[in-house]
Ligand binder design. Sequence first.
Ligand SMILES: [Ca+2]
Length: 321
Amino acid sequence: MPRLFLIDTDTASDDAVALIMALRSPDVRVLGITTVAGNVGVEQATRNALYTAELCGSDTPVYRGAEKPLARDLEDATWFHGMDGLGDRGYPAPRAQARSGHAVDALIEIIDRNPGVELVTLGPLTNIALALQRRPALAAGVTRCVVMGGAPCCVGNVTPAAEYNFWTDPEAARIVLRSELPVEMIGWQLCLGDAVLSEADIREVLAIDSKLARFAIDCNSRARRAYLEQTGEDGISLPDPVAMSIALDRSVGTAWSRHLVDIETDSDLTRGMSVVDQLNVAGNPRNRGAWSHFANRKAGTQVCWALDIARWKAALIRALA
Ligand SMILES: [Ca+2]
């Protein structure tokens, strides 16, 4: 019996590779893909998800979701991923259409019908927050909620304090992190340095010479240049595939601890910051005054601190072969 996945995505170039990893995994059945505005608008994200599923020969249903964050205008990341989110390579329109019905309805219905499903989120958390607002009990039907988002070491990629997915819709991230969902947080810091595909890794992928391998590299061509501009590191950074490798095999994340995590929504300076109570000071009676609004909350978020680089890259290669 395969494990059941549900994937929420603002499908741009790294999301596409993560979708390939899930759709190609023999251990997993993807029950649905829900799209959300983020790196690109939701129409483009939906088109990209459909196109990627078609490349994999998959007819997994795709549902269009939120067009903008809960309380803010959308600020996309087309400067990073290309205007179409896939490096502006001129990929054709997908043949299939999104299913009728909103992603939020689909999330609720799929979780209700498949208790125990594993939820993987690769974009802003708008759809998930809307589903939780409508049905708080939804969290009980999800065994894992693997979230690509946040910057627990406080080196952000939109501002110094915040990673894109949480920064884009901080109100939604706060709702999800304060919910009963069993969140496993895969922060941006795991996707830098040695986790980035180097020139040698890229050559190894291209040597596979499959349609999917070429697509994975080509659609990230703009992202490679943007990552160099952003960080000074050359290579392809793939946050969503890193998160997916941990969703597929939790032991690829090699250091974990459970903490209270909350998201800043008010400050201009630290909007979207993932505040991790790493020393569990909120649980100390001495700090009750300072942290009174956390007094009755449990430390419920599993934060991943380290990645098995070799196994993450092996999982990627396996998926593209
Ligand atoms: Ca994404």
